[in-house]
Design a protein around this ligand. Structure first.
Ligand SMILES: *[C@@H]1O[C@H](CO)[C@@H](O)[C@H](O)[C@H]1NC(C)=O
Ligand SMILES: *[C@@H]1O[C@H](CO)[C@@H](O)[C@H](O)[C@H]1NC(C)=O
Length: 174
């Protein structure tokens, strides 16, 4: 029996293992570079804009229509997305303060985020679509959806109820 066969087969196994794990991680890394801008408006036609560094939804008119914020989206999985504004430099995060989930803008680069799933979880939303209408459920706070208020010029937030809030949006690629 040739003794050199054994180490060589080890090497081949190791090589195949390394090759396998690299090909597995490749699609994930590749997806992280995609960022796309979308227009968003709720089913009552309210668009998003910033007021005192807070995201609010209202009816922008005249020259104010320039203030409309587009949503930047990075796909992690087909229905799992990271959301941000300002070219993805401000992320939409779900943060629990005093037990209640709140929507918060954080200065991060969402295009960089999805390499570390734990860090990106609060920025992750499960996007579902039905009849061109989208809903965005927080991955960190299940049951809580991105929402606007029925009144205009009120903060964009998170809601776990359909009452008095709007959780349905039109969402269209720029
Ligand atoms: C965000 O991250 C991406 C990917 O690393 C990079 O290409 C881009 O320049 C970054 N954007 C900013 C504003 O830093
Ligand atoms: C999709 O919307 C239609 C009405 O527009 C509704 O009848 C149907 O139940 C909805 N489907 C889901 C899965 O929510």
């Amino acid at each position: 029996m040739d003794l050199s066969v054994c180490p060589r087969s080890y090497l081949i196994t190791l090589f195949l293992f390394l090759f396998h794990s690299e090909t597995e991680s490749f699609p994930f890394v590749k997806m992280s570079s995609k960022r796309q801008a979308y227009r968003i408006w709720d089913i009552y036609q309210k668009t998003f804009y910033l007021r005192n560094n807070q995201l609010v939804a209202g009816y922008l008119q005249g020259s104010n229509t320039n203030l409309e914020e587009k949503i930047d989206l990075v796909s992690i999985e087909p229905d799992s997305v990271l959301l941000g504004i300002h070219d993805g430099r401000l992320g939409l995060a779900c943060v629990k303060t005093g037990g209640t989930p709140k929507l918060q803008l954080e200065a991060v680069n969402i295009t960089d985020l999805d390499k570390n799933q734990q860090e990106s979880k609060r920025f992750t939303f499960i996007k579902s679509e039905n009849d061109s209408i989208c809903r965005f459920e927080s991955a960190a706070c299940p049951g809580w959806f991105l929402c606007t208020q029925t009144e205009s010029d009120r903060p964009v937030g998170l809601s776990n109820t359909q009452a008095n809030t709007i959780t349905r949006f039109y969402f269209q690629r720029e």
